[in-house]
Design a protein around this ligand. Sequence first.
Ligand code: FMN
Length: 138
Amino acid sequence: MSRLIYFSEKRELGPGGVEAILDTARSNNERNCLTGVLLFNRKFFLQCLEGGREEVTATFGRIAADPRHGNVALVSVHDIDVRDFPDWTMGYVPTTSPEVNSVLRQFQETEDFDPRLLSSTTAVALMNAMRSMGRTTL
Ligand SMILES: Cc1cc2nc3c(=O)[nH]c(=O)nc-3n(C[C@H](O)[C@H](O)[C@H](O)COP(=O)(O)O)c2cc1C
């Protein structure tokens, strides 16, 4: 299996906003045996996708072409033997909550979440910390 992490900048989300993204993500990912987590604040997305190599690649291809975000940048892609998010077809972490911000401060100096400042190592560590904070509702 592969785990892929990328970040992007939010564009016009349109009707349904993040909820619509999560709905599609969860039904498609279930079909494709993909799991992961999506972090979102007012400005950025940071997403981890894990599953079969082909499925991760094809899904990332669709995601990267989605006009609801831009400046999509890969942070890391590597092989995994076990999933970090086996129970989430797509967990959601809103990075505006105080609880999440205290974790983010361990990874970056600034108050506001900015995934451009993350190395691939810290991004993976951050994802692991998110395991206890993600949720399956908006
Ligand atoms: C930030 C973001 C995250 C997304 N995550 C996923 C995802 O995990 N899985 C997925 O299939 N689509 C995801 N999408 C949606 C895809 O870009 C695309 O709209 C969708 O896969 C098309 O599916 P459909 O043909 O069933 O409508 C995401 C889109 C955005 C903007």
